[in-house]
Design a protein around this ligand. Structure first.
Ligand code: SF4
Length: 577
């Protein structure tokens, strides 16, 4: 059975299973979600209204044995940025959807206000069942209820209370192979799912078939070369498996680009307390697990299980962005306190970057003090989770909080908060933040690779020369890679190992029986960026939205005393392709 499009209408509570239009056949992941959103969503619609659509699409290689190919893309018009959004995630949903033949799941319409439903997707069928018993529950309780009901391998995507309340920092959580949670983290996708009245989506793992390959031998050969390239690279083969993404704390701190105390400094004096090396020591001493994959088939395994001092499970998927947001940027120097907050946020389903940065703004507003982990926990557990008046204000994210409190220092681009690399000290990353169609997004074009990690050569992070071209090339490549289902960390070998990208293209060719070239893949990336930008323009965004916060132009960042010094013309030249 060929792949199909599953379409659910939440206004009529009906579904259809459709043939894949020819124009969508060669697309997957971000390429497909962005194409569908651009084709079917009115860019001027209210993102939380009936005319927005929520689209899930596994990558082109998801469901195959290709290493690191289990990312699922989720797209919609973002209620946070007002533009197009694609947020991808590990976990088990991509592989199961792909094996079931679900090319994309499109959710449209809106049910009666206040009702929440559970969607169960199985072969050629979607059950849409009202689920009042799940309302007011958070992700782990929903997950437990689904695991009681279905085979243990079932894929589960859910929202917690913040998603039900349509908070802009809410995300969509996805079950991983160990029964823990991963997130479609950014852009308020949880609010869109909440606005559709959907509490959880399950995807049947019993009736799926192994993915078919046009040329199994060729696929196997290419897959072997690709896997070896991931293992041979010092970052994907050694640094990430040993210390997780948190290996970056010491590296970015050393470079003076670790945003500290709400983007006031580039170094955190307690970096040693929260760094990857300390985390790895704790994990070993306490009986955790330093390496595990967020989906089956990951050979890098940057994830981990983190236990408390007594050896009891605390959290997993404990990432650099989370540890930075609550560590350096909110001043908490105790890794265990940050881990407890991480576990709470997983359960509630809120974006670590948006939530952490909003709490840093709350420090400036006098609501809590830097380093006060107990108060940070309380604000999330008692205010955001319960939707108190203050919780609703925090739940609107950094940009909305700043407006309500009359604040001038607002670290956002297109209203999405800036991640863990200060753009004044890592300028290539700043160009990505400014120009990404997604708002400030480190994964859209990871210039840290070449500015700091010397992957794909080296460009001085403090100079402007070469940064626009670097961010452009990386964003084009990333848009294409996001369509394959691959995780961002394949970028390191892809930049440095001449065998890596050709092997990736060979796998796509062998999977579908096509003959794509490197140029085809580059053109795919360019087309995705252009159609996303066109959607944003039709939604009302202009080049004035491709700008970093004004305060970064006049507030120098220690220790390099770096400023954001690009002209508007230099930034706008990004789109010259
Ligand atoms: S390297 Fe990390 S993010 Fe990528 S697939 Fe593996 S565990 Fe997930």
């Amino acid at each position: 059975m060929a792949d199909q499009i599953y379409r659910v209408n939440m206004s009529t509570l009906t579904f259809t299973v459709e043939e894949v239009p020819t124009a969508w056949m060669g697309l997957g992941g971000r390429g497909l979600t962005s194409t569908i959103v651009a084709a079917e969503v009115d860019p001027e619609c209210h993102p939380l209204g009936p005319n927005n659509k929520l689209v899930f699409a596994p990558g082109l290689l998801s469901g195959t044995a290709a290493a690191n190919s289990g990312r699922n893309s989720c797209g919609a018009k973002s209620p946070l940025t007002g533009g197009i959004k694609e947020s991808n995630v590990g976990g088990t949903s991509a592989g199961i959807m792909a094996k079931l033949g679900v090319k994309a799941l499109i959710i449209e319409g809106q049910p009666t206000e206040g009702k929440f439903y559970h969607l169960h997707v199985s072969k050629e069928k979607v059950e849409i069942v009202e689920a009042p018993e799940l309302v007011g529950k958070d992700n782990y309780e929903v997950l437990d209820a689904m695991l009681e009901k279905y085979d243990k391998k079932v894929a589960v995507m859910s929202i917690g209370r913040p998603g039900e309340m349509r908070m802009l920092l809410s995300n969509i959580s996805v079950k991983d192979p160990k029964g823990k949670l991963r997130s479609h983290g950014r852009g308020g996708m949880g609010a869109v799912m909440g606005s559709k009245g959907i509490k959880c989506i399950t995807v049947d793992a019993e009736s799926y078939k192994e993915t078919t390959l046009a040329d199994p031998e060729k696929f196997k050969e290419a897959s072997k070369v690709f896997t070896q390239a991931l293992k041979d690279n010092p970052i994907s083969g050694e640094g990430l498996p040993a210390f997780g993404t948190n290996v970056l704390v010491n590296i970015i701190n050393e470079a003076g680009g670790l945003p500290t105390r709400n983007f006031r400094e580039g170094q955190f004096e307690f970096a040693e307390n929260i760094c990857g090396e300390t985390m790895a020591e704790n994990i070993k001493a306490r009986g955790g697990d330093t390496t595990h994959g967020c989906h089956a088939g990951c050979v890098i395994q940057c994830s981990q299980t983190y236990n408390d001092k007594e050896g009891n499970y605390l959290t997993s998927g404990f990432e650099y962005e989370m540890i930075w947001a609550y560590g350096a940027n909110l001043g908490i120097k105790d890794l265990d306190v940050i881990a407890k907050i991480d576990a709470l946020m997983d359960d509630l389903g809120v974006d670590a970057i948006e939530t952490g940065n909003t709490l840093a703004m709350a420090v400036d507003a006098g609501i809590l003090a830097y380093g006060d982990g107990a108060k940070a926990y309380e604000l999330i557990a008692n205010d955001i989770a319960k939707g108190t008046f203050l919780g609703r204000i925090l739940g609107g994210g950094v940009g909305n909080f700043a407006k309500l409190y009359g604040m001038v220092r607002v670290p956002v681009v297109k209203n999405q908060s800036i991640p863990a690399y200060d753009p004044r000290a890592i300028k290539g990353q700043g160009v990505t933040y400014a120009t990404s169609t997604m708002g400030a997004d480190h994964t859209a074009g990871y210039a840290v690779a070449t500015n700091i990690l010397n992957s794909g050569g080296h460009i001085d992070p403090l100079t402007k020369e070469g940064q626009v071209a670097l961010a452009r090339n990386l964003q084009i490549a990333t848009a294409a890679v996001d369509s394959t289902g691959m995780c961002i960390f394949v970028a390191f070998p892809a930049l440095d190992d001449p065998k890596c990208l050709p092997a990736l293209i060979d796998m796509i060719n062998a999977r579908f029986g096509v003959s794509l070239t490197g140029d085809d893949v580059v053109n795919l990336g360019k087309n995705i960026l252009k159609l996303e930008r066109a959607f944003n323009q039709r939604a009302g965004l202009t080049s004035a939205d491709d700008r970093l916060p004004e305060f970064m132009k006049y507030e120098a960042l220690p220790p390099h005393n770096a400023l954001w010094d690009f002209t508007n013309e230099e930034i706008d030249a990004f789109w010259d392709f």
